[in-house]
Design a protein around this ligand. Structure first.
Ligand code: RP5
Length: 163
């Protein structure tokens, strides 16, 4: 199975990124986690990205805050799909990172999730891998079914409470 890379601009991003790792783990998808910075370690970030495909990765998740160029810089060096997580890490509440991550020029997309949307980044990565992996697809279907059942149960409880 192809691996997912989770890269973040700083170890200070980890608490916000952890849900992506947790979700991939729960889906049984192999992943590796790195701290790579578009600004502080640009050469290492570029070479990681340029060799990611030959190193067995299928999707890269890139999280960064402030002037968040990591996902774009990673996307510039690979044709693997890149999912960006804008991290809320400054006085601008994550809007800085959101705009820096999402506003990519034509030809180099970054599939950007919500500010601090790490869990959805992992689900989206899993959906990409599910295109060619039946086991991952089955796990995603089961996850959706459980989600639906949980909401229906809560609906029943709330209706009973107000009956
Ligand atoms: C960004 O700057 C990082 O992704 C992080 O969100 C933010 C602050 O980094 P540190 O100064 O905490 O290392 O590049």
């Amino acid at each position: 199975m192809k691996k997912v890379a989770i890269v973040m601009g700083s170890d200070s991003d980890l608490p916000k990124v952890q849900p992506a790792a947790d979700k991939l783990k729960s889906l049984g998808i192999p992943f590796e986690v790195r701290v790579l910075s578009a600004h502080r370690t640009p050469d290492v970030a570029a070479s990681f990205s340029a060799t990611a495909e030959e190193n067995g990765f299928g999707v890269i998740i890139a999280a960064a805050g402030k002037a968040a160029h990591l996902a774009g810089a990673i996307a510039a060096n690979t044709i693997l799909p890149v999912i960006g997580i804008p991290i809320k890490a400054s006085a601008l509440e994550g809007m800085d990172a959101l705009l820096s991550t999402v506003q990519m020029p034509p030809g180099i997309p970054v599939a950007t999730v919500a500010i601090d949307g790490a869990a959805n980044a992992a689900v989206l990565a899993a959906q990409m891998l599910a295109l060619s992996d039946e086991d991952v697809r089955a796990k995603l279907v089961a996850m959706r079914e459980k989600m639906t059942a949980d909401v229906l149960k809560k609906d029943e409880e709330i209706r009973a409470q107000f009956a």
